[in-house]
Ligand binder design. Structure first.
Ligand code: 6PG
Length: 246
């Protein structure tokens, strides 16, 4: 695995860089394999990136879009990660609807929803290795990423691609479905988008080689074949050791 940490003066500059990197990875995947398979992240940080991406060119007809995690709420609910992705990006670019794979959050209970999404992912990859071209991730103040929360049972799920998770300590307090570590770590590229002073201490923990994955799940992201890139704004990078700030 190679790891890259890039720090930008503002969240706007971070979003600009994220847009460039996502478009470049899409172009590379399409040139190499004829399609770009991406797992989007939720939360608030990626909204700016998604909005800007929607105004740029890409070979949208070759994009295939999943969510790395979502809240177990209807897709039109304001808390839905897929809903946010639709409003900011997916409704505004010509990706064929059949190439959008929202978590089936109408399926109850959340365990059955995760099982169905797991099947959708496996079927998409024809029962072979599940290798996303790009997984986007965020970082929670508590060290979670996707919906892999500190000390949650989901951290230990290795047989599933997708599992369910009860709410963590951060809002909103709803059940989740989430990709598991093996799927996240099988991606060709993983890109974290992290902004804000409230993330500074957690971000330093994630990059500490002694980090404990149970306490800081984001530290468990080590793509086996891919590149792990952190795009940070200056506030989120404020507590990083100097070696990361060259
Ligand atoms: C979610 C997420 C989650 C998110 C982080 C960061 O459903 O909330 O997918 O993992 O990426 O909590 O969120 P912010 O960007 O809002 O800080």
């Amino acid at each position: 695995m190679s790891r890259i940490v890039r720090v930008f003066p503002s969240s706007q500059a971070l979003a600009d860089a994220a847009v460039d990197q996502i478009r470049a990875l899409a172009a590379g995947a399409i040139a190499a394999r004829g399609r770009f398979v991406i797992a989007l992240t939720g939360g608030s940080t990626p909204e700016k990136t998604y909005q800007q991406l929607a105004h740029r060119k890409s070979d949208w007809g070759r994009w295939f879009v999943f969510m790395g995690d979502d809240r177990h709420v209807p897709l039109h609910d304001v808390r839905s990660n897929f809903g946010m992705s639709q409003r900011t990006l997916l409704n505004n670019v010509p990706i064929p609807p059949a190439q959008l794979f929202p978590p089936p959050t109408a399926v109850q209970p959340v365990e059955a929803c995760a099982e169905e999404y797991d099947r959708t992912v496996r079927t998409f990859f024809s029962g072979g290795p599940v290798i996303f071209d790009l997984v986007l991730l965020g970082l929670g103040d508590d060290g979670h990423t996707a919906s892999l929360f500190p000390h949650a049972a989901a951290l230990k799920r290795t047989a599933e691609c997708v599992t369910s998770s009860p709410p963590g300590i951060l809002p909103p307090p709803v059940n989740r479905v989430t990709f598991t570590f093996p799927v996240l770590n099988s991606a060709r590229d993983v890109l974290f988008l992290v902004a804000g002073a409230n993330k500074a201490g957690t971000m330093a923990r994630v990059l500490n080689p002694a980090a404990n994955v149970e306490d800081t799940p984001a530290a468990g992201i080590h793509p086996v074949r891919g590149t792990l890139t952190f795009l940070l704004d200056a506030a989120a990078a404020a507590q990083l050791p100097a070696e990361f700030l060259k």
